[in-house]
Design a protein around this ligand. Structure first.
Ligand code: ZN
Length: 297
């Protein structure tokens, strides 16, 4: 591995000690706060972990990147948040800040800038029956209403983290998913990019929840077909589209690896496969990046 590549993979850490001049005499000595981004320079479509080490139990940790709030949770080591970089975000330097409040201690704030890098996505040309592409006005209206309903689900934030450990593949097999971010040209017309990854699998193959959560939506929509959306808390959702059968219901608690349905080709699908999507803080991110995260307790 080259030195440059190693440097790119190394996490970026910012450390700040509270300014003693700001501390009133009765304040306990403040431990330094270290903020680490992994990866240190994420690509669009990535899931990054921002870690805040130093504050003890009961601290209030808040922050934002590019104006989007960070949802911190406590884990074994300190405080952490998952951050999504939408697949259509422009490569840019984004400003971030983290603020730590602890009883009897001065407020501590760390600021920085994060380089968000671009990524080349493949171009996918598809030919589909005209009726699935050029919609009649009623179907168009239905598809728009359904897209809005999905957005409303993704935008609602459950304040509690429901997931633990590592995320698992929603279907068996070894073949990686394909097509995330593909710029799609359907019947020679440019369409919105592919927001998830597709796993080819025979009809009826069990589909499992990628982690613990509760079922936020079960529906049958024009494009996604029969679908399940699982809410993992703190703005993280996993999406399972084109299902043949659904074996869960809205509001049900599901565990990591629990069957929630089976692979099908309902909705706009050229054959049986699972479309697996991930929404994080409203960003469409690469599901493979979520599956590759280290286990967090
Ligand atoms: Zn798909």
């Amino acid at each position: 591995m080259t030195r440059r590549l190693l440097a790119a993979l190394a996490p970026l850490t910012f450390v700040v000690a509270a300014d003693p001049a700001l501390a009133a005499p009765q304040h306990a000595p403040a431990t330094p706060v270290a903020v680490t981004w992994r990866p240190s320079s994420p690509h669009i479509g990535d899931v990054a972990i921002v870690r805040v080490d130093g504050p003890g139990d009961g601290a209030s940790v808040e922050g934002a990147v590019g104006g989007r709030p960070l949802a911190f949770f406590r884990d074994g080591r300190g405080y952490a948040a998952l951050v999504g970089f939408d697949l259509e975000l422009k490569p840019i330097h984004e400003a971030w800040w983290v603020e730590v409040r602890e009883a009897e201690r001065p407020l501590r704030q760390v600021r920085g800038r994060l380089r968000v890098r671009g990524r080349d996505f493949p171009v996918q040309r598809l030919t589909l029956p005209g009726g699935l592409v050029n919609l009649d006005p009623d179907t168009e209206q239905r598809a728009v209403a359904e897209a809005r309903a999905l957005q409303a689900v993704y935008r609602s934030i459950t304040a509690e983290r429901l997931w633990r450990g590592a995320f698992v593949r929603p279907v068996g097999g070894e073949e990686p998913g394909s097509g995330f971010g593909a710029r799609r040209i359907i019947n020679n017309q440019p369409r919105s990019p592919h927001g998830g990854t597709d796993y080819a699998a025979p009809r009826g193959t069990p589909v499992v929840s990628a982690n613990d959560g509760h079922v936020a939506l079960v529906a049958e929509y024009f494009f996604p077909g029969r679908l399940v959306v699982v809410d993992h808390g703190l703005g993280l959702y996993t999406l399972y589209f084109h299902l043949d059968e659904v074996h869960t219901a809205v509001g049900e608690r599901v565990a990591r690896g629990q069957p929630i349905g089976s692979v099908g080709s309902t909705g706009r699908a050229t054959g049986p496969h699972l479309h697996f999507g991930v929404q994080l803080g409203g960003a469409r991110v690469d599901p493979e990046r979520l599956l590759a995260l280290p286990a967090l307790d």
